[in-house]
Write a protein that binds this ligand. Structure first.
Ligand code: GDP
Ligand code: MG
Length: 655
C-alpha cells in the first residue's frame, strides 16, 4: 500500500461500527463495508472461512444464515474471536463461535427459521487475516425450502437490497462456476443497485466443478460481463473435503496448485485464489474508505453538532432525580418565559426568516391594521350631512339660529367617537389572538422540554392563556372607559384640537405619505386574478409594497421583476367573491381612469382568506392607498379619525 496510516483505516471504521452499534438507532451512519451476496450454496461461507483459516460458520441445508453477520477480521499475533453482544468472552475454540452464532441467531429470529435484519457482530483476531470488514448475508433463495414461510424469498431479497443499496457498500457477488453467469442471482441483484458495476467485485467459486473441457477464462479475464473491479476465481473445499475435515491450510495449497496447473488459468494464477482475493479486498476496502472519508466526516460532524445542541438543552436536566424535579420544572417554565419574551420583544439570536414573529405581527396590527379599521368605518356623507342639519335645527328649536351652535358639533362628534369602539375592540382581539398563538408556539417548540411533558404543557398553556384572557377583559374595559371620556367632554382648547379652520389643510397633509419612500411595507404572494385566459390566465406573483410603488416578481428571489406600479392616485375597492372561487379578492385602480397595468383598468388581487385581504388593505393604507369609499378626508367631523390613524392615541383629558 505504501501510504502510511492507510492500514489504520479499516480498524478505525471498525471502532465507529462498534460505537454506532452500542448507541442503537438514534445515530446512524453508513460505514464502508463489503457485503457478501450470492445464491444459496454459492460458496459465500466457504470464502469467509478460507480467509480466517477456520471452520466457524454454521452449515447445513436450507437457509443457514438468517441474520446478517458483520465479520471484522483483524490482523493480530494471537488468534481469538469475540462477539459484540458478549464482549467479555474471548473465544479461542471456533466450534464455540459457530454455536454462539447459531444461538444468537435463534435469540432474535426464534427457532422457527425466520430471518431478521438485525446483524450479529463478530470480530476475529488472527495472524492469518488481513484487516477486512465483511457482511455475510442470507443466500438468495429461489423456492421456499422445507418449512420456510413462502414470502421468505422476498424478505431475503429485501434485506440484501437494504445492505447493498448503500453507496458506502462494496458488493462481493459470489457466483459458482458451474452455473451460467448470466443467471447469477448475485450479479442480477448487484446490477439493480449498481447498474454500472462500479462497486461490485465478482467472485467465481467451484471452478474445480466445471464440466470437462469448459472453463471460466473469459469471465475471469473480465470479458464476458465486465465489472470495473473485475473477477477473482477461487477453489474452496468441497462437501467431501469438509466431511473429511480437510485442513484449510491444505485446501489453500491445493487451490494454488489448481490455478498453477490449469491450462486456462495458469497465465493469471497470481491474480486468482483466496489469498489474492483477501489482499484485493483489503486494498479496495481501504481505498473505498479513504474515498468516503470526506463525506463521512461531514456527516459525523453534522450529527455531532445536532447532538451537542441536544446535550446543551439537557444540561442540568435530571427530571428523575427527586431533588432536582422542582428545579427542572422551574427551568422549563423559565425557558418558556424567555422564549415568549423573545418572540414578543424581539431578540438577536435565532431570527426567523420564514415568517413574522408574534411581536412583529402585533406591531403590524398597531401600525397597519388598526388605522385601516378606522378608515374602513363607513361614513355615509349624505347621512352625516342630514344628521348635522337635523341636529342644528333641533337645537335651535323654534328660534332661527344665527351661528352654528357648538352643541350641534358636539352631538355629531360624540356620535362619531362612539364608532371608534368597534375597531378598538377588534384591535384588542387581534392582539390577543397573536399572543395566544405565540404561547402555543413556545410550548410546542420541538426541541423544548415542554413538548416531552404534555400535561405540564397543557397546564402551562391553560394558566398563561387564562391570564391573557383576564387582561383582555381589563384592556377592553379601559378602552371603553377612554372612549367614554372622549365622548363626555370635547376639549376644544386642547393643543391637539385643530379646529374647523385648520381641518381642511391638516387632512390633506395627513394624507401625504408617512412612510419612508423605499421602505418595504409588505412582501407576499398574491394572485393577479383578472388576466384573461388568452394572456395566460390568473397567476401568482411575489409582491413587494413600498410607500412609493407596488412591484411584482416571479418569485421570492426578487430577481425577475414583472412590473412596477407607482402608487400615485391609486385606490382600493372590494371585488365580489367569484361564484366558483374560494379566493378573496380586492382590486387596485386609478382614480383618474387610467389603466393600471397593460390594458387593465384595475388589477384584481386574490388571497386565500378575508383576513389576508384586510391585512393587505391595511398595508396599502399605510402606503397611502385608501379604500375607495373615502369621503373621510373632506369632512371636518372626521378629523378625530384621522388623528388616530396617524398613531397618536392621546386623550386630551388625560394630559
Ligand atoms: P453458501 O450457502 O453460499 O454459504 O455456501 P457454502 O460456503 O456453505 O458452500 C455450499 C457447498 O458448496 C458446501 O458443501 C461447500 O463445500 C461447497 N463448495 C463451496 N465452494 C466450493 C468450491 O469452490 N469447490 C467445491 N468443490 N465445492 C465448493
Ligand atoms: Mg452460508
Amino acid at each position: 500500500m505504501g501510504n502510511r496510516g492507510m492500514e489504520e483505516l479499516i480498524p478505525l471504521v471498525n471502532k465507529l461500527q462498534d460505537a454506532f452499534s452500542s448507541i442503537g438507532q438514534s445515530c446512524h451512519l453508513d460505514l464502508p463495508q463489503i457485503a457478501v451476496v450470492g445464491g444459496q450454496s454459492a460458496g459465500k461461507s466457504s470464502v469467509l472461512e478460507n480467509f480466517v483459516g477456520r471452520d466457524f460458520l454454521p452449515r447445513g441445508s436450507g437457509i443457514v444464515t438468517r441474520r446478517p453477520l458483520i465479520l471484522q477480521l483483524i490482523f493480530s499475533k494471537t488468534e481469538y474471536a469475540e462477539f459484540l453482544h458478549c464482549k467479555s468472552k474471548k473465544f479461542t475454540d471456533f466450534d464455540e463461535v459457530r454455536q454462539e452464532i447459531e444461538a444468537e441467531t435463534d435469540r432474535v429470529t426464534g427457532t422457527n427459521k425466520g430471518i431478521s435484519p438485525v446483524p450479529i457482530n463478530l470480530r476475529v483476531y488472527s495472524p492469518h487475516v488481513l484487516n477486512l470488514t465483511l457482511i455475510d448475508l442470507p443466500g438468495i433463495t429461489k423456492v421456499p425450502v422445507g418449512d420456510q414461510p413462502p414470502d421468505i424469498e422476498y424478505q431475503i431479497k429485501e434485506m440484501i437490497q437494504q445492505f447493498i443499496s448503500r453507496e458506502s457498500s462494496l458488493i462481493l457477488a459470489v457466483t459458482p462456476a458451474n452455473m451460467d453467469l448470466a443467471n447469477s442471482d448475485a450479479l442480477k441483484l448487484a446490477k439493480e443497485v449498481d447498474p454500472q458495476g462500479l462497486r461490485t467485485i465478482g467472485v467465481i467459486t467451484k471452478l474445480d466443478l466445471m464440466d470437462e473441457g469448459t472453463d471460466a477464462r473469459d469471465v475471469l479475464e473480465n470479458k464476458l460481463l465486465p465489472l470495473r473491479r473485475g473477477y477473482i476465481g477461487v477453489v474452496n473445499r468441497s462437501q467431501k473435503d469438509i466431511e473429511g475435515k480437510k485442513d484449510i491450510r491444505a485446501a489453500l495449497a491445493a487451490e494454488r496448485k489448481f490455478f498453477l496447473s490449469h491450462p486456462a488459468y495458469r497465465h493469471m494464477a497470481d491474480r486468482m485464489g483466496t489469498p489474492h482475493l483477501q489482499k484485493t479486498l483489503n486494498q479496495q476496502l481501504t481505498n473505498h474508505i479513504r474515498e468516503s472519508l470526506p463525506a463521512l466526516r461531514s456527516k459525523l460532524q453534522s450529527q455531532l453538532l445536532s447532538l451537542e445542541k441536544e446535550v446543551e438543552e439537557y444540561k442540568n436536566f435530571r427530571p428523575d432525580d427527586p431533588t432536582r424535579k422542582t428545579k427542572a420544572l422551574l427551568q422549563m417554565v423559565q425557558q418558556f418565559g424567555v422564549d415568549f419574551e423573545k418572540r414578543i420583544e424581539g431578540s438577536g439570536d435565532q431570527v426567523d426568516t420564514l415568517e413574522l414573529s408574534g411581536g412583529a405581527r402585533i406591531n403590524r396590527i398597531f401600525h397597519e391594521r388598526f388605522p385601516f379599521e378606522l378608515v374602513k368605518m363607513e361614513f355615509d356623507e349624505k347621512d352625516l350631512r342630514r344628521e348635522i342639519s337635523y341636529a342644528i335645527k333641533n337645537i335651535h328649536g323654534v328660534r332661527t339660529g344665527l351661528f352654528t351652535p357648538d352643541l350641534a358639533f358636539e352631538a355629531i362628534v360624540k356620535k362619531q367617537v362612539v364608532k371608534l369602539k368597534e375597531p378598538c375592540l377588534k384591535c384588542v382581539d387581534l392582539v390577543i389572538q397573536e399572543l395566544i398563538s405565540t404561547v402555543r408556539q413556545c410550548t410546542s417548540k420541538v426541541t423544548g422540554f415542554l413538548s416531552s411533558y404534555p400535561r405540564l404543557r397543557e397546564e402551562t398553556e391553560r394558566i398563561v392563556t387564562t391570564y391573557i384572557r383576564e387582561r383582555e377583559g381589563r384592556t377592553k374595559d379601559q378602552i371603553l372607559l377612554l372612549i367614554d371620556i372622549e365622548q363626555s367632554y370635547i376639549n376644544t382648547n386642547h393643543e391637539d384640537f385643530i379646529g374647523f379652520a385648520n381641518a381642511q389643510q391638516r387632512s390633506t397633509q395627513l394624507n401625504k405619505k408617512r412612510a419612508i419612500p423605499n421602505q418595504v411595507i409588505r412582501r407576499g404572494w398574491l394572485t393577479i386574478n383578472n388576466i384573461s385566459l388568452m394572456k395566460g390566465g390568473s397567476k401568482e406573483y411575489w409582491f413587494v409594497l413600498t410607500a412609493e410603488s407596488l412591484s411584482w416578481y416571479k418569485d421570492e428571489e426578487e430577481k425577475e421583476k414583472k412590473y412596477m406600479l407607482p402608487l400615485d392616485n391609486l385606490k382600493i375597492r372590494d371585488v365580489e367573491k367569484g361564484f366558483m372561487s374560494n379566493k378573496h379578492v380586492y382590486a387596485i385602480f386609478n382614480t383618474e381612469q387610467r389603466n393600471v397595468y397593460k390594458d387593465l383598468r384595475q388589477i384584481e388581487l386574490a388571497c386565500d382568506s378575508q383576513e389576508d385581504v384586510d391585512s393587505w388593505k391595511a398595508s396599502f393604507l399605510r402606503a397611502g392607498v385608501y379604500p375607495e369609499k373615502d369621503q373621510v378626508r373632506s369632512y371636518p367631523a372626521c378629523n378625530l379619525t384621522l388623528r388616530n390613524s396617524s398613531h397618536r392615541y392621546t386623550c386630551p383629558h388625560a394630559k
